[in-house]
Design a binder for this molecule. Structure first.
Ligand SMILES: Cc1ncc(COP(=O)(O)O)c(C=O)c1O
Length: 316
């Protein structure tokens, strides 16, 4: 696999899934080289920071991740000649950890109690202990180079829709940092003035949903890794998100498994969340064109196939 293989993923129509003559299209980001959408994110962050002279070959690049970002960073870092350290909350899947290690990166596990917030604090402390120029904390949550990575994907979707002479009515997709959602939504909005965008959060950690309802946000542990970090990233740009819905993590896992059995696409649990909301919307609509995204691959979750992370078992 080569860096040039990142992006240009298939854009497919998923036949027979939605009721009422609604059509579903999905961008297959799980087909990126490391098996997730985060290849685009880190390639863009690293290449732009190189251009800006912020980082150069030989430096140590660090970031926090539940696994997909870490694997993408580890692989791209190795290809480009960086040392990589991934700060990960303990209890993530073995497949994700093994993948990161296989690319020659180091993992520093941080306490489960503080989840990704704790991993970010640990990464920042590590950075402070080293001279500038030796270590760079990329911080995918705080750099808009995350969102801008997704403009190219948005353009690919627009080109594919043009070729098929399809005008999209809705873009429906989950939000972690929000980089994927907002980068694509930005491009789709410019092209299709009437498109409606619906963001998805996991119900146990939904800061945007809480703020829209005027509720106090509280982070609770959950089983949809990649969503619900516990903080709102600068990449979650509220103006680009018309509506926010929440999903139950276990229901998303069940939806993923049913989809894999029926369609034989090896997708992960947050893709199940996307499908659930597309179906909910489609039940009340007819003749709409809905665009969504498949983030990552099922094989990354085999050791947790019951959808339970023992360290993050829900307390109530
Ligand atoms: C499996 C999975 N789904 C969805 C997301 C959300 O992507 P983003 O951070 O771009 O919002 C992530 C992020 O890590 C993820 O790993």
């Amino acid at each position: 696999m080569k860096l040039a293989d990142v992006g240009n993923t298939p854009f497919v129509e998923v036949y027979g899934l939605l009721p009422n003559g609604n059509r579903l299209f999905s961008k297959c980001e799980y087909m990126n080289p490391t098996g997730s959408h985060k290849d685009r994110t880190y390639l863009n962050i690293i290449e732009n920071m190189e251009k800006q002279g912020v980082i150069r070959k030989g430096m140590t690049l660090i970031d926090c991740s539940t696994g997909n970002g870490g694997a993408a960073l580890a692989w791209i870092g190795r290809e480009k000649g960086y040392k990589i350290i991934v700060f990960m909350p303990e209890g993530m899947t073995d497949e994700r950890k093994q993948q990161i290690l296989s690319f020659g990166a180091d993992i520093i596990e941080t306490p489960k109690e503080t989840f990704l917030m704790g991993a970010a604090i640990a990464a920042d402390e590590y950075r402070k202990k080293h001279p500038v120029g030796e270590v760079c904390f990329l911080d995918q949550s705080s750099t808009l180079l995350n969102k801008s990575a997704w403009h190219a994907c948005g353009q690919e979707i627009v080109s594919a829709l043009h070729r098929q002479r399809v005008v999209p009515d809705l873009f429906i997709c989950s939000i972690g940092t929000g980089g994927t959602f907002c980068g694509i939504a930005d491009i789709l909005r410019r092209e299709y003035k009437n498109i409606k965008t619906i963001g998805i959060e996991v119900d146990r950690s939904a800061p945007l949903y809480a703020s829209r309802r005027g509720e106090v946000f509280e982070h609770k542990s959950h089983n949809l890794m990649g969503l619900g970090a516990g903080v709102l990233s600068v990449n979650t740009i509220p103006e680009l998100i018309d509506e926010v819905r929440v999903v139950d993590g276990h229901a998303a896992w069940d939806r993923m498994k049913k989809f894999i059995a029926e369609y034989n696409f090896g997708i992960g649990p947050t893709c199940g969340a996307n499908l659930m909301v597309c179906e909910d919307v489609a039940r009340l609509e007819s003749g709409k064109n809905i665009v969504t995204l498949f983030f990552d691959s099922a094989w990354k979750y085999e050791s947790r196939w019951e959808g339970v992370y023992p360290d993050y078992a829900e307390a109530e």
